[in-house]
Design a protein around this ligand. Structure first.
Ligand SMILES: C[S@@+](CC[C@H](N)C(=O)[O-])C[C@H]1O[C@@H](n2cnc3c(N)ncnc32)[C@H](O)[C@@H]1O
Length: 216
């Protein structure tokens, strides 16, 4: 099973409550080492996950809770030419790391965005895809966050969620019920925000990968 006891332990220590999870208790530079550890990077299957979304050149993507931007770069390539990625973070320490990653990759279509805990504060409301990878369980008010996020999605656009499934024994945060979410909960939050499931990707034994689309 692709879940990491060490990552769970580190995150358990760092994040005692969902609110603390959002505030973060470690500097971004230090947190980045965990997010980009070799074992995590290998298990994420980044290229395959991005390929499964089915992005097209010219589209606008929001990478919500982008961290160091490890997904922002392949997302930005997938929407090139003509597309853009808005890489949203609440931890401002990540923003320069995302910018540096974009420069290193030679990409000019990644815009770091400082979001708020309850609202991604995107500069545009015509987003084709919001990508929420390993983030939703860190957010405190999930239903209202999904509603806020949905307000930036254009009709026919989608929200993609990849996260640990609380129904699978041993997933990270197993001992922190407040940091566990299920596909059924996500379905309820999406329904309340006016989105319906259009695809479910079965890539991971311990994570769900779902795509919800806003009614046109
Ligand atoms: C486990 S990391 C995942 C980072 C990245 N998506 C990845 O998979 O590598 C969770 C990230 O979500 C961010 N985050 C937490 N709450 C957030 C919120 N309300 N809005 C935006 N980002 C948030 C954290 O700062 C952290 O960088």
């Amino acid at each position: 099973m692709r879940c990491f006891a060490f990552l769970a332990a580190v995150m358990t220590t760092a994040y005692a409550t969902p609110l603390a999870a959002q505030l973060g208790s470690r500097p971004a530079d230090e947190w980045a080492l965990t997010l980009e550890s070799g074992r995590r990077m290998e298990a994420l299957e980044i290229e395959e996950v991005v390929a499964q979304i089915g992005l097209r050149p010219g589209q606008l993507v929001a990478d919500v809770g982008a961290g160091t931007g490890i997904f922002s770069v392949p997302l930005a390539r997938a929407v090139s030419p003509g597309g853009r990625v808005l890489s949203v973070e609440v931890d401002r320490g990540f923003l320069p790391l995302i910018g540096a990653k974009a420069r290193l990759a030679g990409l000019q279509n990644i815009t770091p965005v400082l979001g708020q805990f309850g609202d991604p504060r995107l500069p545009r409301a015509d987003v084709d895809f919001a990508f929420v990878h390993d983030v939703l369980h860190h957010i405190d008010q999930r239903q209202s966050y999904i509603r806020a996020l949905a307000s930036y999605i254009k009709p026919g656009g989608s929200i993609v969620v990849v996260d640990y499934d609380m129904n699978v024994p041993g997933v990270p945060h197993s001992n922190q019920p407040e940091m566990l979410i299920s596909p059924d909960q996500v379905a309820g939050w999406m329904r309340a925000a006016g989105l319906e499931m259009t695809r479910e990707v079965g890539m991971f034994p311990d994570k769900f990968f779902v795509i919800y689309t806003k009614r046109p």
